[in-house]
Structures are given as structure tokens and as C-alpha cells.
Design a protein around this ligand. Structure first.
Ligand SMILES: Cc1ncc(COP(=O)(O)O)c(C=O)c1O
Length: 397
């Protein structure tokens, strides 16, 4: 409608109509606009029909597709050298949708045992209720993987850096195995976005991100992304549309903003983490430290060849167990005591007194979470300030 037509309308009607007059806003915005809309309009029946028939590009309804969400997906595909991408509501939506597009009842999957607890829980509860069994393995042990593989196995699943010990999956080796055995290799690269690694270029079939973490980076938008071949994305998007796990356009827009500074932030996350790891490994109150950038990490050589930067995540164990861990948590002033990771500020968590509190001490140890273990998602603050904060907190033990 033209301005002259709009002005003749009742004020209520006018404002409803005018705020969806996208022609008014069609300018070359430097920053992409947010298409914060549920649905899309057509000029006339012929126009609508050609979109419905796929003769003309266009959108209908945001659960089926949205320009802001699609732009975010394309940018993550570009980041990962992928043919296609799909943006979804969360990392969990990415993982579940990708897997549900592949498996059928009776199938098996092989997964690294060192993965995010939510994913493990989804495999063991939701996926198993669909009669899809998960075999958890040590992802560094090819014999164990070989033994778990049967003709019913469809997927090999891993994270690049597995929790809590930052175990490194050898993507080249796993991709070779997956090719030989016709498994689909799915890699959750949430801890290690490019430029740290591009798993598709090493032979992975599908890469997943919880974009909630490093990709958005600012701790203000939950999101997920899947990147792979266009054919696979088409199959996964059918699942996403029907289960409804789409990303909100606003979260997609925030995450697009995050992508602008990803490389810059990762450089600082990595250099800060290395400095903190170097400091902690010499500290008398620290019993053990897990960081792939340290020569003492059991897979430091693989980290050097496979990764471009050792990431911003590290874990360390303090002498004195549970109580010592609690003392450090209560003493830090700069590190934020909170869950999640990959944000610009440094986040600290003591799993034994939070995420793993319901397990017994023995169960925690079996899960690789001793009582003195502290996880740090190193931010982009000045390294000296972070080191001083950790130093004064360790002094309280
Ligand atoms: C490695 C990894 N993958 C997936 C997820 C799930 O992501 P989201 O919380 O965005 O669903 C997380 C969450 O912490 C994670 O750490």
C-alpha cells in the first residue's frame, strides 16, 4: 500500500498495516535486518503460487524458513567450508535432528564416551526409547570402535575435544574408518570452531555446533547449526520443520553478529588459555591440568597437527578434593561462576558441587570428574587479571 492509501485508514488499521510494509524498509542496510516475522506475504495469487510451486525463491512461514535464519546457516556453512547449512534452536536441536534424519528403529550408533552430558542423556533416554542403541567407546581406541561396529551401526559420533579431560578425537583416522565401514561421521565441533578445525575438510560427514557458545560468543542467544552436503541438509530440514526446533530470527541475528568477531575472539581465547595453563601447571595447589596446548597432554602431538590453536577450554584438579574446589569457587572474583562456555568473559564451574552433585564420589570418579576438578572457559579479558584472580583464589585453599 502507498503512503496515501495508508493515511486514509483508521489509525489502528493503519499502524497494523504500515508496520508490515516491508517495501518501506527495503534499503541497503549495512548490517543484515532481522526478519522478525512469522509469515510472508505475496503480491497476488500468481506471485504466491510461484513461491509455493518453487518457481520463484520466497518464504511462507518461519518454521519452514526465514531469511535471517537462512543467512546465519549460510554463514556457518561458509565458516566450515560446507556445501550447505541449517540453523536450529539449540545445539541439542542440531544433534537430535541430524541423528533422527538418519536412524531407524533397530539401528545402532557408536559415540565417544567423552561428550557433553546432555547429548549422552539424549542418546541414553530419548534415542534408546526409539530402539536405537548407543555404544559408548573411548574415541582414541580404534580397536574398541571396530569391536562396537556391527551391520546395524549407522553413525560414528564424537566431539573434537571431549569433556572433561579434553580428549582429542583424531578426525582423519575416524573419517577413514567411517568411510571403510560406511558409517556417517558426525562431529560436534562446539569447543573448536574455525579456524581451530574444519572437520568436513578432514573427512567428517556432518558438523554440529551449539552456536550458543563460541559462535555467538556473547552469552545472549541459544542456537545450533548443522553443516554438511546440501542433500543431507534437505533431509535434516524435514525433521526440523516437523519437530519444530527452529531458531528464532532474533537469535540468528545475534549469532550473525557473533560470527563477525569469531576469529578475533578465538585468537585471544587460545592465547589466554595457554598462559593460564602455563601458570596452573606450575602451581603447588594444582594436582593436574588438562589442556591440549601443554606438552604434558597425552595427545599434544595430535593437537599440534590437527588443531590451529588449542582452544579456550581447560580443566584443572586442585589438591584437597571437594572442599578445596568449593573454596576456589567461593574465592574467584573475576571469573564468573556459571555454566556454559565460549563467552567473552571467563566462566568457571566446579562439576562435583554443581552438574555432578547427584552422583556418588565413586560415580564421579568413573565419569572422569574427580572432586577437585574445576572447568574454566577462558574469556578474552587481560590474561594477567585472570591469572591474579586464580592466584588469589588458590591461595585460599
Ligand atoms: C559440546 C556441546 N555440544 C552441545 C551442547 C548443547 O548445546 P545447547 O545448550 O545449545 O543445546 C553443549 C552445551 O553445553 C555442548 O557443550
Amino acid at each position: 500500500m502507498t503512503f496515501e492509501e495508508l493515511i486514509k485508514l483508521d489509525i489502528g488499521t493503519r499502524m497494523i498495516r504500515a508496520t508490515s510494509q516491508t517495501e518501506i524498509h527495503r534499503v541497503r542496510s549495512h548490517i543484515p535486518p532481522i526478519y522478525q516475522t512469522v509469515n510472508f506475504e505475496y503480491e497476488n495469487v500468481q506471485d504466491g503460487l510461484s513461491v509455493f510451486l518453487g518457481e520463484k525463491p520466497g518464504y511462507f512461514y518461519t518454521r519452514d524458513g526465514n531469511p535471517t535464519s537462512d543467512l546465519f546457516a549460510q554463514l556457518v556453512a561458509l565458516l566450515e567450508n560446507a556445501e550447505a547449512g541449517l540453523a536450529v534452536a539449540s545445539g541439542m536441536a542440531a544433534i537430535s535432528s541430524a541423528i533422527l534424519s538418519i536412524v531407524k528403529p533397530g539401528d545402532n550408533i557408536i559415540s565417544s564416551k567423552n561428550i557433553y552430558g546432555g547429548t549422552k542423556n539424549w542418546f541414553s533416554s530419548q534415542l534408546s526409547s526409539l530402539n536405537v542403541t548407543t555404544h559408548f567407546v573411548d574415541i582414541t581406541n580404534m580397536d574398541e570402535i571396530q569391536q562396537a561396529c556391527t551391520e546395524k551401526t549407522k553413525i560414528l559420533y564424537t566431539e573434537v575435544l571431549g569433556s572433561p579431560n579434553l580428549v582429542i578425537a583424531d578426525i582423519n583416522k575416524l573419517a577413514e574408518f567411517a568411510r571403510k565401514t560406511q558409517l556417517i561421521l558426525i562431529v560436534d565441533s562446539t569447543f573448536t570452531p574455525p579456524p581451530i578445525i574444519q572437520p568436513l575438510t578432514l573427512g567428517a560427514d556432518i558438523v554440529i555446533h551449539s552456536t550458543t557458545k563460541y559462535i555467538n560468543g556473547h552469552g545472549d542467544a541459544i542456537g545450533g547449526a548443522i553443516v554438511c552436503s546440501a542433500e543431507t541438509i534437505a533431509a535434516i530440514s524435514k525433521v526440523v520443520k516437523l519437530y519444530g526446533g527452529v531458531i528464532s530470527p532474533f537469535n540468528a541475528w545475534l549469532s550473525i553478529r557473533g560470527l563477525k568477531t569469531l576469529a578475533l575472539r578465538l585468537e585471544k581465547h587460545c592465547s589466554n588459555a595457554q598462559r593460564i595453563a602455563d601458570f596452573l601447571k606450575e602451581h603447588p595447589k594444582v594436582a593436574k591440568i588438562h589442556y591440549p596446548g601443554l606438552p604434558g597432554h597425552p595427545q599434544h602431538d595430535l593437537a599440534q597437527t590437527q588443531l590451529n590453536g588449542f582452544g579456550g577450554m581447560l580443566a584443572f584438579e586442585v589438591h584437597g578434593g571437594f572442599d578445596a574446589g568449593v573454596k576456589v569457587m567461593n574465592a574467584v572474583r573475576l571469573c564468573s561462576f556459571t555454566t556454559s562456555l565460549g563467552e567473552i568473559d571467563t566462566l568457571i564451574i566446579h562439576p562435583a558441587s554443581t552438574s555432578h552433585i547427584s552422583l556418588s564420589k565413586k560415580e564421579r570418579e568413573q565419569a572422569g570428574v574427580p572432586d577437585g576438578l574445576i572447568r574454566l572457559s577462558v574469556g578474552v579479558e587481560a590474561a594477567e587479571d585472570l591469572i591474579h584472580d586464580l592466584e588469589q583464589a588458590l591461595d585460599k585453599i
